[in-house]
Design a protein around this ligand. Sequence first.
Ligand code: SF4
Ligand code: SF4
Length: 533
Amino acid sequence: MSYTISDSCPTCNNCRIECPTDAIKTENGEYWIDQEKCNSCEGYYEEPQCVIQCPISSPTPTQAKKGRYKNVTRIPTSPEVFINGKNTPFASSMIIWEACTVLTCASVLPWEKDSEGNLYYERPVKQGQGTIIFRLDDNLDTQLSEEVNYLSDPIKLECIDIRAACLHLLFAGYATTLEKPWEEKFVISDQQIEQYLGLDKRKDLSKASKLSLIKLLIQQTCQILATIDWPQQGKVKEFTVPESRIWELSEIKHHFQEDDLGCQHLIGLTFTLQPGIWAKYFLNKQGYSKRVAFYQYGSLPQFLLSSVMSIWQQHPGAVRMMLWLLFKSKMGRKQCITIPTLMRVAYGQQRIAQADIQREQRKRLIRTFESDLEVLNHYGLKPLFDPVSYPESIQPLWVKLEQLPDDADEALDFWINDGCQEHRLTDSGPRGKWNWLMKARMLNFELPPEWEEQLIKFEQKKQRKNKRKTLTKKPPEFTAQQILDARKSKGLSQRALAKQIGKSQSWIRDLENGRFSAKPGDREMLQTVLELY
Ligand code: SF4
Ligand code: SF4
C-alpha cells in the first residue's frame, strides 16, 4: 500500500527531502507519489515520513480507512480550559491582542520591509514611547518573491488563515492555567481542539481534512515573532523583550493506526506548546504582586471560537470586529465606538480610503459593513446605534425590519403604514450616507450573557480595588509649622488661603496654632493648594 498527495498540497518540498525511497516526484509544480517506489517507509521508519514532515499532513494512504477509529494510547494532555462550558480566563495583554490582529488582518495591516527585505509590522505603544514589532517567520517571506510589494499585492499575506486566531486565543486561555507560563508547557490534542472549535460537529469534513486543518492553523499561529520595547507604566519599569515567538511549538506527536494491509493512517495529533517570554512580563502573577510585571487577563467565551469557525469565509470583517471587541470590551462595556474605527478594524484603512474616492467601492463597503453588523447581531453582539450621529435613516435595513411584526395581519399593516411615509424602509439610503457614516458612532455593543457576566465581574472587581485604594491612600499629616511655612512661601494670607479651600480664616489660624489637626479631606485640599509634598 502506498500514499498519495492531495490537491491541497502547498508544494513546500518537505516530504521529498525526507522520503527514503525517492518516491515523491514533481511535475509542472505539482507533487505526486510514485506508487511503485513508495513502500510506506517500511524498513526505514516506523511511520510514514511524508505525513509527519508535511505541514498539513497532506499525504494519505491510497485506500481510504475503513471502519471506526480505535482509541490509541496518547500522551496525556493539559486539563480542559472551558471548565464551566461557557468561558475561560485568557491572556489579554496588548501583545496577545495585537498578535490576534496580525492573524486576522494580516493582509490589511501596514507592513513594511526592513533593510533585508523582511516584512514587519510595527505597533506603537503609549504614544510612541515604546513599540512592538511583529514578524512572521521565514516561511512567509520565502513565499513572497523578491520584488513583491505587499502593499500592492496583499493577496500574498492572505495565506494566513483567519481561523488561526481561534488557536491563538485558545493558547492564551491555556497560558493562564500555568503558574509560570514562560517556563512551562501545555499539551493539547486534536480532539480537544475539534471540540473547542466546533469541528467535532462538522460531518462534511473527513478526519484527515480536520487533522490537516488543525495542523496548518497551529503552525500559522506559531509563526508570529515579536520584539517588545515597553515603556515604564505605573510601577513597572521599562523593559525589552528580544525577538521571540508568541507560541513555541515544541513537538507534534502523530498518532497512526495500521490497517489490515499494513498501511498507517493518521488518526490524531498531540501538540506540545510553550508561551513565549512575553508571558514573563504580561502574565506573571508573582511579578504583579511585587509590581515588577503585569498580570493581564480577560474572559474568553467559548461560543466565540465556534462562531468564528462558522462565519470566517463569508464574513471576515465580522470576525475581525468580533475579536477586536473581545479585547476592547475589557476596557469597559459602555464605550462609544466610531464607525471609521470599526471599518478600519474590519476592512483596513486602505479600503476606506478607496471608498472615499470611488462610488462603487463606497456602495460595496457600506453593504458589506451592514451585512457584517447583522452577523454580529445574530451572534448576540447587538450594535446600539447612537440616535444622534447614526439615525434610523442611515441605519441598515435589517435593523428596521426587526420591528416587523410576526403576525401576518399586523405585518401587512406595517407595510401599508410604511408605504404612506415620505421615506420608505426599502428606499435606498439618503444622499451623502457615506459622509454621515464617517461621523457616526455606536453607543456600544450589547454582549451575549456568557460574555457580559464576566465583564460585569471584572468591572466590579476593578471598582472594589479602586475603592480600597482610595480608602487606604490617606493624605499625609502636616505639622502646624509646615502649613504656616508653606502658606507664607506661597505669599498667601490666612484669609486668602481660607477662601481657596472653603474654610474660615479662624480655622486656618487655629490650625497653624496647632489647636487641632486637619481631617484627611481638608489635608488633601491643603496639600493641593500649598503644594505640600
Ligand atoms: S510513505 Fe515513506 S516511502 Fe512512501 S512516499 Fe511517504 S516517505 Fe516516501
Ligand atoms: S510536505 Fe506536504 S505540502 Fe509539502 S510538498 Fe509534500 S505533500 Fe506537499
